[in-house]
Design a binder for this molecule. Structure first.
Ligand SMILES: Nc1ncnc2c1ncn2[C@@H]1O[C@H](COP(=O)(O)OP(=O)(O)OP(=O)(O)O)[C@@H](O)[C@H]1O
Ligand SMILES: [Mg+2]
Length: 267
């Protein structure tokens, strides 16, 4: 099992959208996947068509069992046209109570401990996070094997990215106290990209200069992303054949390539 977290300390860059599509795409590709909504806004929960609820809080603070809190996601909402979904997708939903998980849980390793129960049952855990750094992020950093960073090609998103890198360094020091191997940077995904603007083109070039191969192909801005999220469906399911759907699937292919090199960081 590998745990991958979506991070950028700037809002609206596509963390939730990409978390859903990576999780859904992995399930299409045959993996058993758990998507975790670790943001008190509950956006991933709603994007995936569920009511907000305190599943994550129940798991971590109230110590409920996975079988009581997991939600099964129907393949009809994320299947790729003409492909049989060979894996499975589950969701751990969130609501405003997620905000107080860290302060109400005495065990810093609670995420590590609870997710390790899934060792045999799940191939990937994909965690969506809030843009505001919090104690909860600290607990998530401990559990994470790899991070994917979505960003817009704009100044404030880059600042968010830099702040994420700074906090990640601090958390690496914390992890080393437990002898956990360092987290892998899976990639940076330039999202909501507008090739027609000089600002975006220049900023993408700067991103590539600074981070080289870590920068994935940009995902162009398209209203189809917002529409598919409104109807709670994966983009390739909602608008199959559209360029946006192709970009969504390319993201998954890139993810599968990058994840090959990632090993679990805890034995
Ligand atoms: N490539 C894209 N083109 C156009 N709209 C997009 C694209 N990707 C995401 N969006 C839209 O942008 C908005 C923000 O995306 P999303 O909620 O995934 O960002 P986020 O980083 O999770 O935000 P927050 O930090 O507030 O949780 C959503 O309305 C989403 O549908
Ligand atoms: Mg979000």
């Amino acid at each position: 099992m590998r745990i991958v977290t979506l991070l950028n300390e700037k809002g609206g860059v596509g963390k939730t959208t990409i978390a859903f599509h990576v999780a859904a795409g992995l399930a299409v590709a045959g993996f058993r996947v758990l998507a975790v909504d670790a943001d008190a806004q509950g956006s991933l929960t709603e994007t995936m068509g569920f009511e907000q609820s305190a599943a994550l809080y129940d798991l971590i603070v109230r110590n409920r069992s996975f079988k009581d809190v997991l939600r099964y996601v129907r393949p009809e909402v994320y299947a790729y046209p003409k492909r049989k979904v060979r894996g499975q997708l589950f969701l751990l939903s969130s609501n405003v109570e997620t905000q107080s998980i860290a302060s109400n849980s005495k065990d810093a390793l609670a995420f590590v401990r609870r997710f390790s129960e899934l060792h045999q049952a799940v191939d990937f855990v994909i965690i969506d996070t809030s843009p505001t750094p919090s104690l909860l992020h600290g607990a998530i950093y401990l559990a994470t094997d790899a991070i994917l960073y979505p960003t817009k090609c704009e100044y404030l998103s880059f600042r968010g990215l830099q702040n994420s890198f700074i906090h990640r360094e601090e958390n690496e020091r914390y992890r080393s106290q437990f002898n956990f191997a360092p987290i892998t940077s899976l990639g940076i995904v330039p999202n909501i990209y507008r090739h027609g603007t000089l600002e975006h083109r220049e900023n993408l070039a700067e991103l590539r200069e600074n981070y080289g191969n870590l920068v994935w192909e940009p995902i162009p801005q398209s209203t189809i992303w917002t529409e598919s999220s409104r109807v709670h469906r994966a983009i390739w399911n909602y608008a199959s054949g559209s360029p946006a759907a192709q970009h969504g699937w390319n993201l998954l292919k890139r993810f599968l390539e990058a994840i090959k090199h990632v090993k679990p960081t805890k034995s």
